[in-house]
Design a protein around this ligand. Structure first.
Ligand SMILES: C[S@@+](CC[C@H](N)C(=O)[O-])C[C@H]1O[C@@H](n2cnc3c(N)ncnc32)[C@H](O)[C@@H]1O
Length: 274
């Protein structure tokens, strides 16, 4: 029997967009194939019309591209921190540990309760170095409630927030960045994708997100928005996601970045000053 997604809220339903792209996006972009066996298997058990999501090739490309960038960032982190922990907050049904289990490192996938229930129903166990946990990022003190390490001698943590912050209010995004900077041990990093402020309120124009009724609530207005939440925050790198899609986006993305001073859509990686 197929599993329904009707109990998911609009913002929870957005997890279907990256799931379908990771499962079947290589049909459109073979050079970007992820070989994500978890996504294909989970999607086949869900009562959804997966092909509908493939009608939006720019989003499919964006998911494949950002997954490859985040996977590489996480791999680089684990090379520097072989026993390190990565926490994917707002993980949806993504399954990075299938690629990144290196024997001694650890992975935590966290999301809202309905999504974690779906994960536990649909995805295979990923071994003793992996766990799922419930989190609501709108609540404060999630660092401690997830049992993330803190203190001067604690191991570094990599936080991933992929396709999440744009659905939260500016003060909630600020609070998340503040909580990370307040608690994370030295050497920790936070990585997330960011839309520009021009996308705020425009989810109805997005071919895939408009299916869900979720709304874009936050977008960066200036690069300082990323670091303003706490004096420890430092920008480490910025990654463009869409440049490889076609000639028009290869031109538009850098022009937008130069003119408006923030990425139209990009990945931001930040660390801590001490
Ligand atoms: C577009 S999906 C991205 C899922 C996943 N990161 C991926 O790329 O496949 C957005 C995710 O953010 C989660 N999310 C939204 N608001 C949240 C909150 N307040 N706390 C925790 N997760 C949240 C949703 O449940 C959903 O799984």
């Amino acid at each position: 029997m197929q599993v329904t997604t009707s109990a998911l809220s609009p913002v929870e339903q957005t997890l279907l967009i990256p799931l379908a792209a990771r499962a079947h996006g290589a049909r459109l972009f073979p050079q970007m194939a992820l070989h994500d066996s978890c996504a294909a298997s989970a999607l086949s058990k869900l009562e959804v019309e997966a092909d509908d999501y493939l009608d939006d090739p720019l989003s499919v490309y964006g998911v494949l591209s950002r997954t490859r960038i985040l996977r590489q960032i996480a791999l680089d982190f684990f090379i520097r921190h072989p026993r390190g922990l990565a926490a994917n907050l707002g993980c949806g049904l993504s399954c990075y540990f299938q690629w990144l289990d290196r024997g001694h490192n650890q992975w935590l996938d966290a999301d809202l309760p309905e999504v974690i229930a779906l994960r536990e129903n649909l995805l295979p166990s990923l071994g003793q170095h992996h766990r799922n946990a419930v989190v609501d990022l709108k609540q404060t003190h999630w660092w401690r409630s997830l049992g993330l390490p803190e203190g001067p001698n604690a191991p570094a943590v990599l936080l991933l927030l992929e396709g999440v912050l744009m659905y939260l209010r500016p003060e909630e995004v600020r609070q998340i960045l503040h909580e990370f900077a307040e608690h994370a041990p030295a050497g920790s990093e936070i990585v997330f994708d960011s839309l520009s402020w021009m996308a705020i309120g425009c989810a109805g124009l997005h071919p895939s997100v408009s299916r869900t009724q979720a709304q874009f609530l936050w977008g960066a207005r200036q690069m300082r928005d990323f670091t303003a939440a706490h004096p420890r925050l430092r920008l480490l790198s910025e990654h463009s996601v869409l440049d490889g899609y076609d000639a028009a986006t290869a031109w538009l993305c850098p022009v937008f970045r130069a003119f408006w001073g923030v990425p139209m859509y990009g990945i931001v990686r930040m660390g801590l000053s001490h």
